[in-house]
Design a protein around this ligand. Sequence first.
Ligand SMILES: [Fe+2]
Ligand SMILES: [Fe+2]
Length: 270
Amino acid sequence: MRILFLGDVMGRAGRAAITGRLAGLRDDWRLDFVVVNGENATNGAGLSADHAKALLEAGADVITLGDHAFDQKDMLRFVEDEPRIIRPLNYSKAAPGRGARVFSAPGGRKVLVAQVLGQVFMKRPFDDPFSAIEPVLKAAPLGVQVNAALVDMHCEATSEKMAMGHWCDGRASIVVGTHTHVPTADAMILPRGTAYQSDAGMCGDYNSVIGMDKAEPLNRFITGMSKGRFTPAAGPATLSGLFVETDDATGRALRVTMVREGGVLQGSAP
Ligand SMILES: [Fe+2]
Ligand SMILES: [Fe+2]
């Protein structure tokens, strides 16, 4: 299966890149399944129902969220109505929606998509992601129940992400990090066949501070004081993430390529 994962969509610039280019990439790269992280698509904070619909219409098969899952209050309801949205498994015991689900791909193939939040350097203490993902992977064995499985590991620390990659190695087709908004140069296939990248990067304007207009973040770092709000940077966005080709019979990754399309980052395509 030919799977594309795109990292955190950041504000209007990120949404415009998805709506403008994803359909073309689906054709050009003959994609079977596309997962997009949408946790910052609405003004950099959360995802509204309208913007979720726009990302799905533009060609995302599934949207994952993150620590900003419910910054837009209408998502509390919409996540229950729209099964193609996945919030972190370990967000909160009270959270609406689901942290994992099996989806249908062309040709009757099945794809598990799950998301977990890490614990290191995060603003809020979340439950242990390693024990959270365990029953989900056990219930959907690769090559038996599902043809492919993707785990979005949403957290700050590359150490925790790498540990999750190895924990899922051979049990997921793809473990990909999100949340830092900067792509890492470590896309690889782990020893038991899991495609891995510590962070997919964001779909946003990289002439920024992790997707926000530079002025206020610089001001806060330099003066230690807040002068205004953060606003998403509005320049041309780079679509950033990874492409993975998997073996339908075993669910293992055959090939992985980093994707960086448009905007100011150096390009990379499958
Ligand atoms: Fe994010
Ligand atoms: Fe995040």
